[in-house]
Design a protein around this ligand. Sequence first.
Ligand SMILES: [Zn+2]
Length: 292
Amino acid sequence: MSRWTTHVDPTWFRADPRPADDVGLAVQWLGTAGFRVLSGGHHVWLDPHLSRHSLGELALSKIEPRLDRIQADVDVAHAVAVGHSHFDHALDAPAVARLHGARVYGSSDTLNWCRGYGVPETQLTELHGNGESFGEGPFALRAFKSAHSPLFAGRVPLPGRIDQLLQGPAHYTRWRVGLTFGLHLQCTAGSVYHLGSSNLVEAELAGIQADVLLCCTIGRQSVRDFTRRAVAALRPKVVVPCHWDPFWTPIDGLPRQIPSNDLAGFLREVAACPDAPDVRVVPIRGWVVVRA
Ligand SMILES: [Zn+2]
């Protein structure tokens, strides 16, 4: 199978049924780099991206969160954390915050967008990426400096900061990358690390481990040895690949991958790692129960 295929082999999928709310630790993939992390009835959303504007809409019009699509999937939310402020990671965060009164954790870039969307300052917590820890329900939430993959002809797309209030609707190019973080969530049942872009800064991760690695796969070929390094740095037991779907297509469409993503190649790369972790490929909205 060519590495340029959009085909996704349905036999790769191994999802669990939606767990009870009081589960020890579970994650649900929402497409793009979006996840729900659930423990003991507490729902934390990471980079939720449900608006999924089409390429035509992105090219020709201004965008803003689509509340109907967000409400269809985000039923409960206590907090949202955002790894970087590109639109496919940060666009929907303030809408989740306003719909559910959820707290938002993000860079000053992400928070300037949330302010522009009218999220009260009392709901906003700025992340700096220095490993600072925030109590969020049963979780300790920490952010570590990370890096965005240089996937656009060797460059990070939409570089720069959001250093002023950003108000929508706006063209997608207004969501500059800002600071990039890896997000670590620890509870008594286990830990999760969210790598929303295929790059990492190992020096920031000394002493950090995660049972589950939520791993972006698009653009990893632009970073030398990315998969092996990410697994070596975080020593996960389980890897859940993400950001392999065409995030400009409807969430209910047939499962397929971005042509350059090569999910089969990613599975081989993980399998070749020393102490290779289990890989759980799930369809959009699929769950992985880490600890019942
Ligand atoms: Zn990005």
